[in-house]
Design a protein around this ligand. Structure first.
Ligand code: HEC
Ligand code: HEC
Length: 319
């Protein structure tokens, strides 16, 4: 008996030591570098692209990269996802030293799709990757970054280096967070005259409404959004910049627990200005008012939501 006990003890001690070694390995490790996919693209800057890109950047980049004090995209500390570490969105103005003034179009396109910087450094999930957005929309964002818009004019502000948490390093080490593959085929835009097709594109691939409005960021299927658990049924726990928990709502057309009783006008008002029916208080951050969307685009999302399965999932609005 004594011998068995000794063996068990040795096994336990060895396991503890092994786990300790693995943990310190992960803790000491920095985010690894990856092979840099070859991307060959030169983006033509046209007024139409700048206009589209400015609209997209205001909905997809501004929330992290815009800085109130400089009134430019000089970056800021991101306090809404402390589990990822002490994270700073960087200066992405046209400054050649502090910003992205030296980056080529291909460097930008590659980073936004895959998360890989020109030197192979990978940006973990604290910056979302636009893996399904159309080439035209992506080139529009690049055109905006090269434009004369005041948000991206050169500025020397430098943000401190991000300090990823143990969790972030762990996710990267086990491969749960890794660069997205660069698309092998061109990605066309949607047929904008077909409301359902357009609505699907906006809510799954362009603005990714489903990613907040399904059950859990960690369980979302980013490759095939429809396979995400609780697709559009809400309940995902989010945090506003003050660290207050705000749960995402069920926006399937379920009459009891979703928005099945909302009219198209109710929906447009809520998405564009945050005003919801029945005298409820307005929607709060991190649900931003998508005021730059046209009524046609919001109608399209509404029409698309009518085509997906209704989910009975009661979400209590966060107080
Ligand atoms: C949820 C927050 C968030 C959003 C939204 C976001 N970013 Fe970022 N971005 C970051 C963070 C954080 C970093 C720096 C990561 C680090 O320190 O490793 C970063 C880094 C970058 C870099 C690399 C800069 C450098 O010097 O290495 C570029 C370029 C960039 N972002 C462009 C964009 C564009 C364009 C958009 C919109 C399409 C966007 N980002 C949206 C958080 C965000
Ligand atoms: C960054 C995460 C996030 C994204 C992206 C997002 N939402 Fe939301 N949404 C929320 C949260 C959180 C709430 C709850 C806000 C509150 O309780 O004040 C919400 C609430 C709503 C509501 C109100 C539902 C109700 O019953 O009151 C609607 C409608 C809605 N979102 C539609 C959309 C659409 C359409 C998109 C895409 C264009 C979208 N959301 C993108 C987080 C998000």
């Amino acid at each position: 008996m004594k011998k068995v006990f000794k063996v068990v003890l040795i096994v336990i001690v060895s396991l503890v030591v092994l786990i300790g070694i693995c943990a310190s390995y992960i803790a000491l490790r920095s985010i690894p570098k990856y092979a840099v996919p070859k991307v060959d693209v030169k983006v033509e800057v046209t007024p139409a692209r700048i206009e589209n890109g400015t609209k997209l950047a205001s909905m997809l980049c501004k929330s992290c990269h815009y800085n109130e004090s400089t009134q430019k995209f000089t970056g800021r500390e991101l306090t809404d996802a402390p589990q990822f570490g002490k994270i700073y969105a960087r200066n992405i103005t046209q400054d050649v030293d502090a910003g992205i003034g030296k980056w080529s179009d291909a460097d930008l396109v590659r980073l936004i799709r895959t998360g890989i910087r020109p030197d192979g450094q990978y940006i973990p999930p604290y910056m979302p990757k636009l893996i399904h957005i159309s080439d035209e929309d992506l080139y529009s964002i690049v055109a905006f970054l090269h434009s004369g818009n005041n948000w991206v004019q050169p500025d020397k502000t430098i943000q401190p280096a991000s300090k990823p948490s143990f969790l972030t390093k762990f996710l990267v080490t086990i491969g749960a967070a890794k660069p997205s593959p660069f698309p092998t085929e061109p990605i066309p835009g949607p047929d904008t005259a077909n409301l359902v097709t357009l609505g699907k594109y906006i809510s799954l691939y362009q603005l990714e409404c489903y990613s907040c409005h399904s059950k859990d960021f960690a369980k979302n299927d980013y490759e095939t959004p429809e396979k995400s658990p609780g697709f559009f049924g809400g309940g995902n726990e989010l945090f506003n910049p003050e660290g207050k928990k705000i749960i995402s709502m069920n926006i399937t057309m379920d009459e009891q627990t979703g928005i099945g009783t909302w009219s198209e006008e109710n929906f447009i008002l809520a998405v564009k200005s945050g005003v919801v029916p029945n005298g409820q208080p307005s929607l709060r951050n991190p649900m931003q008012p998508f005021s730059n969307l046209t009524d046609h685009e919001v109608k399209a999302i509404y029409e698309y939501l009518k085509t997906i399965p209704k989910l009975g999932n009661k979400v209590e609005r966060s107080e």
